[in-house]
Design a protein around this ligand. Structure first.
Ligand code: PBG
Length: 332
């Protein structure tokens, strides 16, 4: 054949995209069920499975109804859950977060009874327990950093005493990781690890979560403690600081709009990097899928692989049950 008239092309990269088996061989990134963490909202009370309107498919569960969900999680092969507590009563100081019979400690006991191997991570923050909805203790209209850290350390201890494997402080108070590590160690919880919401931004993508957890701030916003979205160098400082305070896992949150920072985290730390695919990201996908505007499964899997490609080891996502089922289906 005469190939003289061919357009000169140096590298024909399409050669390795010709069929699925070739593509499988050169695929660089994989999503595994092992990568997933499923967030669970635990509400005080009995016989509750309350749908969360802005998060279709997600519910607030009372502890007595949790087994239904937990068996789905373990059957899907998901290794870990992240627990959020929603108390009935809130107070100015948020002291309810220290109740050893609160929704989170009770949920931990239930998990230990039914699924002792499931890794239990607990969110450590007071915004669902304060009547003003801020993530710390108030001094006038300001958040008192050090008083908040004291409360968070005690809350983490309560979770550890109940049997949490991992505590995940999300309040963005300075020094919270060191204080929690110290509190855990001094009570002999040397094996409870700390997952730091290290680079957590003041994001509009948390909107649906605040409906779910009844935790929207009653006044102002969270910009005096959560990070300013334009700041990447500061995110590196936050990660390094939490690492030096003793964090075992380092998180970037939200996910999709912050993939540059997931990649940065992968470069600056050897600890596992966690990404939180937050409520607003979930809600947008669900809404578009319900309208038939996108293919939910493909969009979700593309998103998951993007987190992995950026450098995440662990993905916290409300899609976890679906993703695990889809991955299982593909493997069988
Ligand atoms: C608690 C907390 C929030 C989220 C996780 N922990 C809300 C917030 O900071 O306002 C958001 C999770 C999500 O949007 O899915 N401070």
């Amino acid at each position: 054949m005469d190939n003289e008239n061919l357009v000169p092309v140096n590298g024909r990269l399409r050669r390795l995209r010709r069929n699925e088996n070739l593509r499988r061989m050169v695929r660089e990134t994989h999503v595994r069920i092992d990568d997933l963490v499923y967030p669970v909202f635990v509400v005080e009370g009995e016989n509750q499975k309350q749908p969360i309107e802005s998060m279709p498919g997600q519910y607030r569960w009372s502890v007595d109804r949790l087994p239904e969900l937990l068996s789905q999680v373990t059957k899907a092969g998901i290794p870990a859950v992240l627990l959020f507590g929603i108390p009935i009563h809130t107070t100015p100081t948020g002291k309810g977060c220290l109740d050893a019979k609160g929704p989170v400690p009770m949920a931990i006991h239930a998990i230990q009874q039914w699924h002792p191997d499931l890794v239990v991570i607990t969110d450590v923050c007071v915004c669902a327990y304060t009547d003003h909805g801020h993530c710390g203790v108030l001094d006038g209209n300001q958040i008192d950093n050090d008083a908040s850290v004291e409360l968070l350390a005690e809350m983490a201890l309560i979770h550890a005493q109940a049997g949490a494997d991992v505590v995940a402080p999300s309040a963005m108070m300075d020094g919270q990781i060191a204080a929690i590590r110290h509190r855990l160690d001094s009570h002999d919880f040397l094996n409870v690890s700390v997952m730091a919401y290290a680079a957590k931004f003041a994001s509009a993508f948390y909107g649906p979560f605040r409906e779910a957890a009844h935790s929207a701030p009653a006044f102002g916003d969270r910009r005096s403690y959560q990070m300013d979205p334009p700041n990447a160098r500061e995110a590196e400082l936050e990660l390094r600081q939490d690492e030096s305070e003793g964090a075992d896992w380092l998180m970037v949150k939200p996910g999709l709009a912050y993939l540059d920072l997931v990649a940065m985290a992968r470069r600056v730390t050897q600890h596992p990097v966690v990404v939180y695919n937050v409520s607003g990201e979930y809600a947008m996908v669900k809404a578009a899928a319900q309208n038939g505007w996108i293919d939910e499964r493909k969009v979700v899997m593309e998103t998951m692989v993007a987190f992995k490609r950026a450098g995440a080891d662990v993905i916290i996502t409300y899609h976890a049950l679906d993703v695990a089922r889809w991955l299982k289906g593909e493997e069988e």
